[in-house]
Design a protein around this ligand. Structure first.
Ligand code: SF4
Length: 341
């Protein structure tokens, strides 16, 4: 489905200049503008709760400068084997019982390799989908036929973040290219999966880099249905351990600009919420964030507790978003076969 056909106000020709102008607007008018867009496309009283499970922890051969799971950095994260299917399905059931409607599974792999491990992930997808949750995975680089297998097993979304601007990217990662990332996103899209792709703020990037990242995302057609906005968690042992702290309002500005440029997408407040003051979280909701990651850890980084998030949402009168029937979800389409890709 091409979103631009259904929602004619969606644009795919944003320039970095335009987005930089948004990011430098006075904060409250920026939030107002984002709020106006948000109310047209979303129920402002609902926030989707997504839970992220680490199904294959640590030992990753990549060199992402922010990541404690990269084997080359002395971060104390030990490599572990792929989790058993039962354990992951139990975690998904617990997440659903706690109110989550989306379950994301992350494996610290460079890329998906065909074989028993991928077969096991496919089985996890099938079983979590059967629970009636939106299922997302993040497994590294992906080929079109692998994307189709995941889609046929019931996968809803593939996460592959762009992380930062094309210009700043080489300062953060050397073991895969920006275009590798865009190809993986393309493979997921071609297979009929929805795309989850966002970035990380606080990795020494300039304002222009943030604008450029958002321009790349917003000029994908369709837009990524899901856009996580992460704040760097400065993990000991990683190259970015000493990165300068950012102003929490920078996260609010990124959320607002993401909402304005990708009006129909879910904008998710992702890693780094522990460092975000309550006021910044509230402003981020006001600016159009409509999902949080829910559960006490985000892969290897800490996250607010379920009780804290419940209390925050109750105090704001926000309710969890119910999961849509599979056929009604964005990107829903007939099952594709390898010949379609
Ligand atoms: S972000 Fe992903 S690909 Fe990069 S080092 Fe961490 S686990 Fe590996």
């Amino acid at each position: 489905m091409n979103q631009s056909t259904d929602l004619p106000d969606l644009r795919h020709d944003w320039t970095a200049d335009e987005i930089e102008a948004l990011l430098t607007m006075p904060l409250l008018p920026l939030v107002d503008r984002a709020r106006d867009v948000h109310r047209i496309h979303h129920d402002p009283t609902r926030v989707q709760l997504a839970t992220l499970a680490n199904i294959k922890r640590g030992g990753c051969p990549e060199d992402c400068g922010y990541c404690p799971q990269a084997a080359r950095y002395a971060t104390g994260v030990k490599g572990e084997p792929l989790a058993p299917v039962d354990e992951v399905v139990e975690a998904a059931k617990a997440a659903k019982a706690a109110g989550a409607s989306r379950f994301c599974m992350g494996a610290a792999w460079r890329q998906v390799r065909d074989g028993p491990q991928f077969d096991r992930v496919v089985e996890m997808v099938r079983e979590v989908d059967a629970l009636g949750m939106e299922v997302c995975v993040t497994l590294g680089m992906l080929k079109p036929e692998q994307a189709i297998r995941l889609r046929e097993a019931g996968l809803h979304a593939y996460n592959h973040n762009l992380d930062t601007s094309r210009e700043h990217y080489a300062n953060i990662i050397s073991t895969r290219t920006y275009d590798d990332r865009l190809h993986t996103i393309g493979a997921a899209r071609q297979a009929g999966l929805t795309v989850c792709s966002g970035g990380i703020v606080g990795m020494g990037e300039t304002l222009r880099d943030r604008a450029s990242l958002l321009a790349t995302l917003a000029n994908l057609d369709p837009h990524p249905e899901s856009v996580p906005v992460n704040q760097l968690v400065r993990a000991p042992g990683t190259p970015l351990e000493q990165a300068d702290a950012i102003d929490p309002m920078d996260i609010v500005r990124m959320v607002a600009a993401a909402r304005i440029t990708m009006p129909a997408s879910m904008v998710r407040l992702a890693a780094g919420r522990m460092q975000l003051p309550r006021e910044a979280k509230i402003l981020a909701f006001q600016a159009g964030a409509n999902s949080i990651f829910y559960g006490e850890a985000l892969l290897t980084t800490p996250n607010p507790t379920v009780d804290e998030d419940r209390a925050l949402m109750a105090s704001l009168g926000l309710k969890p978003l119910e999961v849509a029937p599979r056929q009604a979800r964005p990107g829903a389409c007939a099952t594709l076969t390898a010949a379609d890709a």
